[in-house]
Ligand binder design. Structure first.
Ligand code: PNW
Length: 582
C-alpha cells in the first residue's frame, strides 16, 4: 500500500517524514477509509465527543452563575466577534444536556468530554464568597446522566472561562495568585464530583489561551499593543453587525463598554514578558491542582488527572534545508513543548531557553520544577491540522512570541499548494497523516504517559441559506473522521503508541469563540432559530454505524460478565447449602 510505504520512511533522527519529490509527504488524500472498524481498537478505548461550558451551555446568568471573561469580552466587544454574537444562550445545553447525553449513548459513544464553568461553581471566584449549590447540582446531574447511560465523564476544569471578578481583581493569569484560586476551584470539584469522575484534566489548550489572549489579541483578556482588557475593545470597536438569527441576539448588555477595567493592583509585567508569564502561571495552576488531587483525593477516588495540549504537526518547508528542519522542530517546542516539557521534566525545552530573551522566560524555582515534573497521569492531545515550517528571522506574525521563535508556519508549500483540504476556519486543513507523525514524535518523548486525542474535528462555514437538512450533508467532516481514525489506528498498531481514546470536536455546532456562530464544528446540526433543535449530520450517522460494533462488543462482554457473576453466585449458594446440610 502506497501509504504505509511512504509513512514508513520516517527519518528517525529528526522525526520528520521524508517528503516525496514534490516536497509533499506521499499520501493519497482520496484513499477510502470508510471501512475502518471500531472493534480494531481496544475494548476499553474511549470513543467520545466534546463540548465546553461557554460554547454550549448558555444560561449565562441562570442558576447563580456569575460572569466569566468570555461573557464580558463578547458582550462588551461584539466587534471582536465575527458575527457580533455571544454565548448567552449558545446551544442551550443548560436545559438540553439530558437529551444530548442519551443520544450520545444511542450513537454508541462511551464517553463525554465537557468542562465545568468556574463562575457557575464559585461565582465570587473563590469559596469564601460562597459555593453555588445550584451549579454543583447542575454538574452532578450531567455526571449522573453520563454514568446512568454508560458514558465515562471526561472532565475539563478550565476551558478558558475564568470568573471575571478574578480578572478584575488581579489580572487573572497575569498574577501568580491565580494558582491558589484555581486550586481551590479544583478542590471543590474533586470533593463534589470525584466519587464519579475518574478522568480529570486541569487546563484545555493553555497555548491558545495564552497566544490568542496575550499575543494576537483575538481572545480575552486581549492584551494586544500593551492595552489591557477593556481598553483594547475601545480601540477596536467595530460597528455591531446584525446577528444572523435571533438565537444569538444579545439579551441585555450588563457590561458598560466604557467600564474602567484596569486595576492598579494588577502586577506590572512588561508586554514582551506577558505571554510567558501567563503560560507560566497556567502551568503553576495546573501543578497546584494536580498536587492537591494526588495528595488529598486520588488514593480514595482512584481517578487520573492530566492536561489537554494542542499542537499542529510541523513539516519542514524545504526538507533539504537544515534551518527549516530545525525550525519545524523548534516550532513544535514553542507550541507543545512550552507546556509539555514542564509537566514531564519540570523545565522548558532547550530551544525556548535559547531563543527567548532570558528576562522574558522566567525559569521555575527548584520547588516549582519539582512539583511540575511528572504532573500528568495522561496527556490529552487536541489535533486538528499540520503546517509547513521554515526558518525566518522576521516571521510575518511579528509579535514577541512569534518573533522569538524565528519560525514561519504556513499551510501552503512553496508552490502555493495547500497541505490538505481547507475547512470553514482559516487555520484548519485536513492532514490526517500529521496525526500519525505527531504520535510518532510523542512516542520519542521520555516518560510520556498514555495519550487521549481529546479534540479532533472539522468546521463548515455557516451558510444561512441552507436548510438544516441541506447543512447536514457534511461529506467532508465524515471523511475527516474516517481518515483521522484510520491514521490513529495505524499509529496504535504500527508504532505501539499508547492512545486510549478519541473525542470528536464537537458534539454539536456551538459558539466558536471569536468566530461566533459563523462556523459549525458539530456532529449534530443545531437549529439556532428553532429552539436549538439538534439534527444528526451525515457524519453523525456514519459515526453511529462505525461505533455499532464496539457497542455490540461492550454489550456482549457485559452479558458474559453478568453470566459469570450469576454462575459464581449459583456455585456459592450451592456450597453454602451443602455446608449447612452437613
Ligand atoms: C480549540 N487556532 O480551540 C478549543 O479547545 C475548542 O474550544 C475550539 O472550539 C476548537 O479548538 C475548534 O477551534 C482552538 O486558531 C481555537 O489555531 C483556535 C485555534 C486552535 C484551537
Amino acid at each position: 500500500m502506497e501509504n504505509s510505504r511512504s509513512l514508513a520512511l520516517v527519518n528517525a533522527a529528526a522525526q520528520i517524514p521524508i517528503p516525496t519529490k514534490n516536497g509533499n509527504v506521499a499520501y493519497d488524500k482520496d484513499e477510502d477509509h470508510s471501512n475502518i472498524s471500531s472493534t480494531d481498537f481496544d475494548e476499553n478505548f474511549l470513543f467520545g465527543s466534546g463540548t465546553s461550558a461557554y460554547q454550549v451551555e448558555g444560561g449565562y446568568l441562570k442558576g447563580g452563575k456569575s460572569l466569566s471573561i468570555w461573557d464580558c469580552f463578547s458582550l462588551s466587544n461584539p466587534g471582536g466577534i465575527a458575527d457580533g454574537s455571544n454565548g448567552n444562550l449558545a446551544c442551550d445545553s443548560f436545559t438540553k444536556y439530558k437529551e444530548d447525553i442519551r443520544v450520545m449513548k444511542q450513537m454508541g459513544f462511551n464517553s463525554y468530554r465537557f468542562s465545568i464553568s468556574w463562575p457557575r461553581i464559585l461565582p465570587g471566584g473563590r469559596s469564601c464568597f460562597g459555593i453555588n449549590r445550584d451549579g454543583i447540582d447542575y454538574y452532578n446531574d450531567i455526571i449522573d446522566t453520563c454514568i446512568h447511560n454508560g458514558l465515562e465523564p471526561f472532565v475539563t476544569l478550565f476551558h478558558w472561562d475564568i470568573p471575571d471578578c478574578l480578572q478584575l481583581e488581579y489580572g487573572g493569569f497575569l498574577d501568580k495568585k491565580v494558582k491558589d484560586d484555581f486550586r481551590e476551584f479544583a478542590e471543590v470539584c474533586f470533593w463534589e464530583f470525584g466519587d464519579r469522575v475518574k478522568c480529570w484534566t486541569t487546563l484545555n489548550e493553555p497555548w491558545t489561551y495564552t497566544v490568542m489572549g496575550y499575543v494576537t489579541g483575538t481572545f480575552p483578556p486581549t492584551d494586544r499593543d500593551n492595552l489591557l482588557y477593556g481598553q483594547t475593545s475601545q480601540k477596536e470597536l467595530k460597528p455591531i453587525k446584525l446577528p444572523t438569527h435571533r438565537g444569538i441576539i444579545d439579551i441585555g448588555n450588563p457590561i458598560p463598554i466604557t467600564m474602567e477595567r484596569y486595576s492598579k493592583d494588577w502586577p506590572t509585567v512588561k508586554p514582551a514578558q506577558r505571554p510567558y508569564t501567563v503560560a507560566r502561571n497556567l502551568l503553576l495552576a495546573h501543578s497546584e491542582a494536580v498536587h492537591s488531587y494526588r495528595t488529598k483525593f486520588q488514593e480514595r477516588q482512584n481517578g487520573k488527572i492530566g492536561i489537554v495540549l494542542n499542537s499542529n504537526w510541523l513539516v519542514p518547508l524545504d526538507p533539504n534545508s537544515d534551518a527549516d528542519v530545525k525550525a519545524a522542530k523548534r516550532g513544535v517546542d514553542f507550541m507543545l513543548g512550552w507546556f509539555l516539557d514542564p509537566v514531564l521534566y519540570g523545565k522548558y525545552p532547550d530551544s525556548m531557553i535559547e531563543y527567548v530573551p532570558n528576562d522574558n522566560l522566567a525559569q521555575f524555582s527548584h520547588q516549582e520544577a519539582h512539583q511540575l515534573k511528572g504532573s500528568i497521569d495522561f496527556m490529552g492531545l487536541n489535533y486538528y491540522t499540520s503546517n509547513y515550517a521554515s526558518y525566518s528571522a522576521n516571521p510575518s506574525k511579528h509579535e514577541n512570541y512569534y518573533k522569538d521563535q524565528m519560525v514561519e508556519c504556513s499551510p501552503f508549500d512553496k508552490d502555493g499548494k495547500a497541505i490538505g483540504d481547507q475547512a470553514g476556519s482559516s487555520w484548519l486543513f485536513s492532514v490526517p497523516w500529521g496525526l500519525y507523525e505527531h504520535l510518532n514524535y510523542l512516542k520519542t518523548k521520555e516518560n510520556m504517559p498514555p495519550i487521549y486525542i481529546t479534540e479532533n474535528g472539522w468546521s463548515d462555514k455557516n451558510d444561512p441559506k441552507l436548510t438544516p437538512q441541506e447543512a447536514c450533508r457534511d461529506t467532508k467532516r465524515k471523511k475527516y473522521y474516517q481518515d483521522h481514525l484510520f491514521y490513529l489506528l495505524k499509529a496504535i498498531n504500527e508504532l505501539k503508541v499508547d492512545v486510549r481514546g478519541h473525542f470528536a470536536w464537537s458534539w454539536c455546532d456551538n459558539y466558536e469563540w471569536n468566530l461566533g456562530y459563523s462556523v459549525r464544528f458539530g456532529l449534530m446540526y443545531v437549529d439556532f432559530l428553532n429552539n436549538y433543535t439538534r439534527y444528526p449530520k451525515d457524519s453523525a450517522i456514519w459515526y453511529t454505524k462505525f461505533l455499532a460494533k464496539a457497542k455490540a462488543r461492550r454489550i456482549t462482554s457485559a452479558n458474559t460478565k453478568r453470566q459469570h457473576e450469576d454462575d459464581a453466585t449459583e456455585e456459592s449458594t450451592e456450597v453454602v447449602k451443602k455446608a449447612r446440610a452437613a
